[in-house]
Design a protein around this ligand. Sequence first.
Ligand code: ADP
Length: 237
Amino acid sequence: MISLLNLTRYYEAGERSVHALDGVSLAIAPNEFVAVVGPSGCGKSTLMHLIAGLDRPTSGEISVDGLRLTTASDADLTNFRRRQLGLVFQFFNLLPTMNVRENVSLPLLLQGVPLAECDARAEELLGLVGLTERAGHFVHQLSGGEQQRTAIARALVHKPSLLIADEPTGNLDTASADRILELLRQIAREQLATLILVTHSPEVAAAASRLIEMRDGKIVRDQVRRKDGRGIAEESR
Ligand code: ADP
């Protein structure tokens, strides 16, 4: 369960202050699939960084599964990210000195999982994202789309309960994008994980069970789609 209460994040830029987030309150239940949309600069990335515990708000409260991120120690935040979080950002942060398999195994290695087990799980994920043949390659030998799929495999390898992805299908052709979207949904379903995707893609937004639209640091629309006997209905929150 994610709970945000009156969250603000201001940046000081010379004389003026930029209100990247301006009073966001939100509750996201386990196993929701949320698409976050809105024009560039409306605060989507700022919100994702705060939920991921990578940044701290100017004011307000955030808690994830009972951990108050606003008051948690750096060690608790690191522990939270290592165990519970899968992150796919636009710059994939893959390590150039490691091959694809090693990059994907890293979150497990950091948890102290034995090497053979890490390798086996990494191979499983590489199979799911269609990169088995690339396991021994280095990052610079991969296309942009392959790097993105590697980053997605790495985000999923430790079975996170919260997956946050910023434009996860942005660099992919339609077939790969469909496959990755289906994979994210399948994994979220199987692991009862919460999935939060920032996207400009209408297809991705349409696949979500909840649509949050932002503008100027605020939430301007929050719609839950529910399946009923007559198909998809929308209810506003
Ligand atoms: P989005 O992800 O929707 O494009 P961002 O969260 O990246 O939006 O940015 C929201 C606003 O905050 C923008 O006006 C942006 O310029 C500003 N901003 C983001 N990061 C910083 C920063 N480190 N310093 C100053 N301003 C920032």
